[in-house]
Design a protein around this ligand. Structure first.
Ligand code: SF4
Length: 75
């Protein structure tokens, strides 16, 4: 599957970035240090996978190092 494009409307709406370091922390004050797709509850893949599926981006792949405002800590 293709990687999520940061300019994709859904990506823009959720503040998705392929590199969590580039997350808009001024806009998303809930940003948790160290959070990224790879340690998000919604990431469908192994923590070591470079990319994985996310139900919020059907048919696309998010970056393990990516981030979006729907991030939730993996239990
Ligand atoms: Fe990444 Fe989680 Fe956002 Fe999906 S919900 S894009 S896995 S941070």
């Amino acid at each position: 599957a293709a990687p999520v494009d940061e300019k994709d409307p859904q990506a823009v709406a959720l503040g998705y970035v392929a590199d969590a370091a580039k997350a808009d922390k001024a806009k998303y004050k809930q940003f948790v240090a160290g959070s990224h797709c790879g340690n998000c509850a919604l990431f469908q893949g192994k923590p070591t996978d470079a990319t994985g599926n996310c139900p919020l981006f059907a048919g696309k792949q998010v970056n393990n190092k990516g981030w979006c405002s729907a991030w939730a800590k993996k239990a």
